[in-house]
Unconditional design. Sequence first.
Length: 452
Amino acid sequence: MVDFKTGHLFYQSRKELPFIDYAEGVYMYDTNGKEYLDGCSSAINCNIGHGCNRILQAIAEQSRRTFFAYRTQFENEPAHRLADKLAEVTTTGLNRSFFVSSGSEAVEAAMKLARQYFYNKGERSRYQFISRKPSYHGSTLGALSLTSSAQLEVPFRPMLNSHPKIPSPYCYRCPFNQKKYPACGLKCAWFLERTIQEQDPDSICAFVMEPVGGASTGAIVAPDEYFEVIQSICKKYGILLILDEVMTGFGRTGALFACEHWGIDADIMVLSKGMTSGYYPMGGILVQGAIVEEMLDKGTFAHGHTLAGNPMGCAVGLEVLNVILERGLVQNAITMGKALKSGLLKLKKQYEIIGDVRGKGLLMALELVKDRKTKEPFEPELYVNHMLTDHAFANGLIIYPRRPINGLSGDHVMIAPPLSITRSEIDKLLDLLDRALAQTTIQLGPLSYSGS
């Protein structure tokens, strides 16, 4: 056994973690034999669950041919088959694919393609991207310039382009202190037009958003009419709409892609995470064919990575997509998502520290508060989200903690198990979460009931 205390590996911190041994279905096991229910699909990416034999067989079959072929030297069949399948199952018009190795790389590819599209067609003043605050779009420098989460940005701000941001549709904590929807008039959506006008419409390349909030906001779901307003504004000013479906794609929200819930017509869709369900590093973008043709008619796409479109990644991605479709995992996300939400709402009645339950399908979150009536957050130094996560982990449940108030304060945890989860496993997840909430409440003491 490796002694990590004297080893040479490092990641974010010195926190001691158990060694993983193996994983199967919705469960993971450490080298001491302890079982953990994966209540957040690891990094909300293991959509089909762990240890799927079909994926292992696909890897074995492709490995007998080749793991790798460079895209400027060979075409490869898995990449074409995956691109064809994605064009078949996605929104009309999103029929061209470009594959990379991660979500951050995919966001970078989307940004560079959007810029080069306008550059090649002569609209060279368009270089700015508008995104939302808070948001998360990746950790590489281009993607980080679209991200708005202070703890990730601050050290690197001198290195980042300063792209404009608009408030997220965070209804639980309305950034405008407005009346509740619909009395608010969707000011958060119309703020996009105001920002475009302030920045100069001819300088804006694209608007980038997650259809359902991810880690930065904890699964916020905007009012239905929000998307109609956003799309109309983008079309009015001739800017592209880029949907970041890295976390929401491949069945997570109860649709194959979250944009389907609202009939959003994206120009570019960004994919990763559930695309290969953790079995291989993979990401990609889906693009309207007309955009690709316009760009290529006047030049090449000046972008690429060594492992872009490699046959092994694409073979895995194709088989993961087939598993999702053939095993009805999108429908299961709807059914199990309803059961999960119902259970979380029952826990909210039981525990005053739960201020909000939100999400869609099997992308759910709890926001934790010191005072439910006023929505006052806990003091940041308490790290209540990590407190709950640690108690859950000790009980054998893995959940995903983050901070919704621009990454600086507030506490939420995301609950997003694999789409293959069963009803009995949902019940077990809720039981383990119940125990962790009880332990967190005891640890907080009177603090946790200041609003009761």
